[in-house]
Design a protein around this ligand. Structure first.
Ligand code: ZN
Length: 225
């Protein structure tokens, strides 16, 4: 077995609200944090630039990895410029923003990468609460994959999911408690149309983010504007 550093964590880092909150969560819980950003043919490469800037601001070692083969495996609206994204989840199907196998590939690749760097702690921003119908954001999938990764590589990986049981409002609250509210609000890209910060305001990702923010600001006694 490789020599593992118990004080070090790898964050699967897209530069969005959720993974940025996780980056700051990891900084609080581990001495050393490494962020890994996957390039998979996103329509908006701006996400990747922002991810790099956030990592630099957070003082975290940052790596990018090209996994664009994922976008060649299936059609989905996140990478296919000819497809319009579902704004509401269809009743009988997954939204067309679903990238089949994405978290399976991301976490498997992250685990191999982590192992090479002597890291056993993996952090991901998936949430079952706001999972938009994506099966690979569910807790059962993450726990199952954790067991599989350990069996595959004979390491004792621990996948941390700080956002699994909280909603978008509580995610804002967590970011605030971690001292990362402004970074998350201004420097992250969650928007499906690639608009940073508060985003385009119309796409499903912006709506979810804004609803959570409004609820949180109301709780804090401020209005959104
Ligand atoms: Zn948007």
């Amino acid at each position: 077995m490789m020599q593992m550093n118990r004080d070090k964590a790898l964050v699967v880092f897209s530069g969005g609200q959720d993974s940025t909150t996780c980056l700051y969560w990891a900084k609080k819980h581990f001495k050393e944090v490494v962020a890994l950003t996957f390039l998979y043919g996103q329509k908006h490469a701006i996400e990747v630039d922002y991810a790099g800037k956030i990592a630099q601001k957070a003082g975290v070692e940052w790596h990018q990895m090209d996994v664009s083969f994922i976008s060649q495996l299936s059609r989905n609206a996140l990478v296919d410029k000819g497809m319009v994204m579902d704004s509401v989840k269809p009743a009988d199907a997954l939204p067309n923003t679903f990238v089949p196998g994405r978290n399976l590939f991301f976490l498997s690749i992250a685990a191999v990468f982590a192992r090479e760097h002597g890291i056993c702690h993996l952090v991901t921003g998936v949430s079952q609460t706001d999972f938009s119908g994506y099966p690979d954001c569910r807790d059962a999938f993450i726990k199952s994959l954790n067991v599989t990764l350990n069996l595959a590589m004979e390491e004792q990986f621990v996948i941390h999911t700080p956002l699994m049981w909280i909603d978008k409002c509580q995610t804002w609250e967590l970011a605030d408690h971690l001292g990362a509210f402004d970074v998350v609000r201004q420097d992250t890209v969650t928007c499906y149309n690639g608009v940073p910060g508060d985003g385009c305001g119309h796409c499903p990702a912006c709506q979810l983010r804004r609803e959570g923010l409004e609820k949180y600001l109301l709780m804090r006694g401020e209005s959104c504007r």
